[in-house]
Design a protein around this ligand. Structure first.
Ligand code: PFF
Length: 486
């Protein structure tokens, strides 16, 4: 049992945290979600905004979160409370920790359903259930797989059980070991698929789709989706990275680890795009097909390539593992909070959380069959979980974190934790004070339709506005501090 009196568990090896955080970051978000939302939002321009969001918002937020975790050595709620009280600020800021924990739990509730798809496709691959199917059959198979609540429920329940088994075993034994071999394996599988894509006839079109952008093709909705996805794919503002940071040894470099994780995550997403879109274009499929995109397209590639069944099996094993290592990280915040505050053993905390998770995820699962008509404002339960977390909770939580770090807390806290030279520290401060909040706000304002930002043409105005915000912020900074301190 972990109690506050006992020393907190730490990652074992030098690479422990990087591996575990990469395992959290790389998951269905990269291989399932990134391609399909890129498809829905028209390709290149979306990819560009996404990359900008990773760099300007994702990386600074990630460094901040890890620092919070390590400084506060606890679940998001406890860690934030400790860090703010250390600076003599109001403990009401720990609401940010609650928001993150809730977001993590909500994400997990729909994530296990998608992970269940991956497991069920692995099963289909093993039993030959996809053999000989053409484009139309693939669509029908995906639909049929969802239509039966018992079938879909079985697979998502399996994911819940596996997740809780691993989490119950603890940080080192369960989490760290499983990532060590999975990440290189995933990269190899994607390289094989890209290699196939190069010969399939759709590669050129896929490349253009992903990397050449025309400025008119991006809607404000797409920009908000790109921002939300930057948070999602890096596991930010949902408790995972912060809690993993709380197990980070004091001497590890937060900056270096952040860049390693962000780079690995971005590379895997781009590779997944390059693996999937050639198949889509070569088979005349619609890139905007939606959440079923990879499940309808990749099995076609596996059928056409030599040793395809073997590769297909390996691919879905990897995808399922990638999903599990991310799922684990989402419950870690809740489990560690229960252990620290309610005196539960890890195992009890894991299974207790698992039961609640199972109930909510079952609701999400039903959105694909019996509950397909249970919609509110045009979205069913599954969509609401995704929409609320990616578009609202994570960006708002991230905004709160950077404002807290940039304006409210004592500067020593982050000076100690990040250990940057004065010049780099100033850059980090500039990012968390202005660039990241500004980026989040601009996208919110745009999405709410308050002001139209024409992509491409008005960037100089945006930069001017950022410069002005910086000037005002710096002049007003002491007063702003007072106001935010509560
Ligand atoms: N980053 C994971 C992915 O891309 O699949 C999803 C995720 C994990 C989101 C952990 C949030 C989280 F806390």
């Amino acid at each position: 049992m972990t109690t506050p009196q006992q020393p907190r568990a730490q990652w074992l090896g030098r690479w422990g945290f990087v591996l575990a955080a990469t395992g959290s970051a790389v998951g269905l978000g990269n291989i399932w979600k990134f391609p399909y939302i890129t498809g829905e939002h028209g390709g290149g321009a979306f990819v560009l905004v996404y990359l900008a969001c990773i760099l300007a918002v994702g990386v600074p937020v990630m460094m901040t979160e890890i620092a919070f975790g390590r400084r506060g050595r606890g679940s998001p709620i406890d860690a934030v409370r400790r860090v703010v009280t250390e600076s003599g600020r109001s403990s009401a800021w720990s609401l940010l920790g609650w928001l993150a924990m809730l977001a993590g739990f909500m994400i997990l509730s729909f994530y296990v359903v998608v992970a269940g798809w991956s497991f069920s496709y692995l099963w289909k691959m093993l039993t030959g259930g996809l053999a000989g199917s053409g484009v139309d059959d693939m669509v029908a198979i995906f639909v049929a797989n969802n239509e039966n609540p018992l079938n879909l429920g079985f697979w998502s329940t399996l994911v819940v059980v596996l997740t809780m088994l691993i989490v119950g075993r603890g940080v080192q034994a369960g989490i760290e070991r499983s990532v060590t071999w999975m990440m290189p394996g995933m990269v190899i599988m994607l390289l094989i698929l890209i290699g196939y894509g190069m010969t399939s006839g759709g590669f050129g079109e896929a490349w253009r789709f992903l990397f050449s952008f025309d400025t008119g093709s991006l809607s404000s909705d797409g920009m908000l989706a790109a921002l939300g996805h930057a948070f999602f794919t890096l596991s930010l503002a949902s408790g995972a990275i912060l809690t993993y940071g709380s197990y980070l040894p004091a001497r590890a470099s937060i900056v270096r680890t952040t860049f390693s994780v962000a780079m690995a995550d971005t590379l895997v997403a781009l590779m997944a795009g390059l693996a999937i879109f050639p198949v889509i274009f070569a088979n005349g499929m619609d890139p905007g097909e939606g959440p079923g995109l990879i499940f309808m397209s990749l099995p076609l590639a596996f059928q056409a390539m030599p040793m395809g069944t073997l590769f297909g099996i390996l691919f879905f094993v990897m995808l399922s593992m990638a999903a599990l290592t991310s799922a684990i990280s989402m419950v870690e915040a809740t489990v560690s909070w229960l252990c620290d505050n309610k005196g539960l053993s890890r195992r009890a905390a894991a299974w207790g959380t698992g039961i609640v998770l199972w109930l909510i995820s079952t609701m999400a699962m039903l959105s694909f069959n019996v509950g397909a008509d249970w919609t509110l404002l045009g979205r069913h339960f599954f969509d609401w979980l995704d929409y609320l977390t990616s578009r609202w909770m994570m960006p708002l939580g991230g905004l709160g974190m950077v404002l807290l770090a940039g304006f409210v807390l004592k500067s020593e806290t982050f000076r100690d934790e990040l250990g940057l030279s004065p010049r780099w520290h100033a850059l980090w401060l500039f990012m968390v004070r202005y660039v990241s909040p500004f980026g989040i706000l601009v996208i919110f304002v745009d999405a709410l339709g308050i002001a139209r930002i024409e992509f491409g043409i008005h960037w100089p105005w945006l930069l001017a506005a950022l410069a002005l915000a910086t000037l005002i912020g710096e002049l007003a900074s002491p007063r702003l501090r007072q106001a935010l301190a509560g």
